[in-house]
Design a protein around this ligand. Structure first.
Ligand SMILES: [Zn+2]
Length: 477
């Protein structure tokens, strides 16, 4: 019996925690909403309540799913899952991912909510069919996400997609981040509100303050005032559409995506008049590309986007596959689960999933070098499940363990990309390479079977072994 490739995606917000049960093809088959508590209840318990709720409603136990993805606002270290600043939520546990991994015996991944919303739009929403998509979400601030060739781009400092902090006006107004002239200091709802209040201070007339909700100028009243012909509001929104278009042009000239997906409260409320204005300014650009093909669309997944993206993250964090190809992987993983039942041996498991990868043959290994398909390399290697050879970078291990002789999760995740189910480690001629405890945990958690062998034996094993395999080879001590 397979687990049918189901994933749980959780969108953690300041007012609610929203969990979806999602199939590998992105169909929503269950949902659970719990109010976010601000009474000191541990965040892991709150998230757990949403996860357990969506599972029990579907009469599923956690071991029947492929994994859990968590979307958090604010900054998340995509390598370690460590949470930085999280707005509007009290975080008692910045190592939330470890707590959840201890609690649930399936892969658990964590990422930034706006990034994941963009990933979902590329997978199932407005960006479906596009390879490269940038999300632009206009609300209190301006959030973004970058998906390149179907893969979420986070970057070494997890700053990719921080489009709200592109500097569009040097020495412009101060932004919440402390810098000046950021995009969101010019074109967010907060910036619009400030422009309106400045207008009022100068004696301009407007109905917006009467429509405002407890003094806050929200997106709905902005729309209503625009429709009612309020001159100040029309002026501010027209200017904002112009500024948003300048942000889009900057992104176009940096990334040249197939599509910009726009969303957030301002766009949702004011789409009917904002979008045509934005479109017009973008088309009027003097800088012409070879083809005028940039599409600007409004997000389609609404409140489900972030949780769907979190579900997609389970696969995205563990493979190099574009998000629109992950359905195939998930189905393959379902088959693997049949084969990797406890009684299945390594060999029967491998036979059940022969794969169709033409793996390179290792001709020879000597102290300090390895020869693969006739090519000699003078360094350690990773050989991934898709048959690609990569240099093993010692900095991965040194960063965490101050020695290159320990394999930890950071390096293993790289080695296991492309869906490895078997891992062979050539530990060196003196078997110096060791597996860190948390590395072992990662392998167990992912159901990857592994063998640590002295390097010459590992090479023989690699050449003879069938299945979706990966290799880490240390060519010295
Ligand atoms: Zn800023």
């Amino acid at each position: 019996m397979t687990n049918e490739g189901r994933f749980v995606g959780v969108d953690v917000g300041g007012t609610k925690i929203f969990a979806l049960l999602v199939t590998a093809s992105g169909e929503i088959v269950g949902e659970e909403k719990v109010a976010t508590a601000h009474d000191g209840t541990p965040m892991a318990d709150q998230i757990g309540r949403a996860i357990d709720g969506v599972l029990s409603a579907s009469e599923l136990t956690v071991d029947r799913i492929e994994g859990i993805g968590i979307a958090m606002p604010g900054s998340v270290d995509s390598e370690t899952g460590y949470l930085g600043t999280v707005p509007n939520i009290e975080i008692d546990d910045h190592r939330l991912i470890d707590t959840l991994r201890e609690r649930y015996p399936v892969p658990v991944e964590i990422g930034n909510d706006v990034n994941l919303g963009t990933l979902a739009e590329c997978w199932l929403g407005a960006g479906k069919g596009a390879d490269t998509v940038v999300g632009m979400f206009v609300g209190t601030g301006i959030g973004g996400g970058v998906v390149i060739d179907g893969r979420l781009r986070t970057g070494p400092e997890d700053l990719a997609g921080e489009i709200g902090h592109m500097v569009l006006m040097v020495d412009g107004p101060e932004c919440g981040c402390g810098n000046r002239g950021c995009f969101e200091a010019l074109a967010s709802r907060t910036a619009m509100e400030r422009a309106i209040r400045d207008g009022v201070a100068e004696g301009r007339e407007t109905i917006i303050l009467e429509l405002a909700d407890n003094g806050r100028i929200k997106s709905g009243p902005l729309r209503d005032a625009f429709r009612a012909g309020d001159e100040l509001v029309i002026e501010v929104m027209t200017r904002t559409a112009y500024l948003l278009a300048q942000g889009i042009l900057t992104i176009r000239h940096m990334v040249n995506p197939d599509m910009i997906v726009m969303g957030g409260g301002v766009i949702e409320a004011c789409e009917e008049f904002m979008m045509p204005m934005i479109e017009e300014h973008v088309r009027a650009s003097h800088m012409k590309g070879s083809r005028d093909t940039l599409q600007i669309a409004v997000s389609q997944l609404g409140d489900d986007a972030v949780a769907l993206g979190a579900a997609a993250l389970v696969e995205a964090a563990n493979s190099d596959l574009p998000v629109y190809e992950m359905r195939e992987t998930a189905v393959r993983d379902g088959e693997r689960d049949q084969a990797s039942a406890p009684e299945a041996s390594l060999l029967t498991a491998a036979a059940a999933e022969p794969g169709n990868v033409d793996y390179p043959r290792i001709d020879e290994v000597a102290f300090g070098s390895v020869t693969i398909d006739g090519e000699r390399l003078d360094h350690d290697i990773h050989l991934r499940a898709n048959g690609k050879v990569k240099e093993r970078k010692k900095k991965w291990a040194r960063k965490d363990y101050e020695t290159s002789h320990i394999l930890g999760p950071r390096e293993l995740k790289k080695a296991l990309k492309r869906g490895a189910e078997l891992l062979i480690v050539g530990a060196g001629f003196d078997s110096m390479l060791r597996l860190a405890d948390e590395g072992r945990d990662l392998l167990e958690q992912r159901g990857v079977r592994w063998e640590m062998l002295p390097t010459p034996e590992a090479v023989e094993r690699w050449n003879s072994m069938q299945g979706r395999k990966a290799l880490i080879l240390h060519v010295t001590c």
